[in-house]
Design a protein around this ligand. Structure first.
Ligand SMILES: [Zn+2]
Ligand SMILES: [Zn+2]
Length: 76
């Protein structure tokens, strides 16, 4: 039987709490964490910048498409 997985968050001291099943896995860096550290912000996720950038790009694209629609309506 494999040993229980431990949270991969390491600061000055490793966390070592048991990993949460399923939701403990970070989709951005593919490491696994306990309930305290599973959010990208909480484990200093390596891909936190990417994650933020994606959200930013998505939001920007949305705003731009809304603006395009608005300007089309204004000229119509
Ligand atoms: Zn932890
Ligand atoms: Zn992560």
């Amino acid at each position: 039987m494999p040993a229980k997985k431990r949270c991969q968050f390491q600061d000055e001291t490793p966390c070592n709490q048991a990993v949460l099943r399923i939701v403990g896995k970070c989709p951005h860096c593919v490491h696994e964490f306990c309930g305290n550290h599973r959010m990208p912000e909480h484990h200093k996720c390596l891909n936190l910048d990417n994650c933020r950038q994606q959200a930013f790009d998505k939001n920007k694209a949305k705003l731009e498409s809304e603006r395009t629609v608005a300007s089309k309506m204004a000229t119509a």
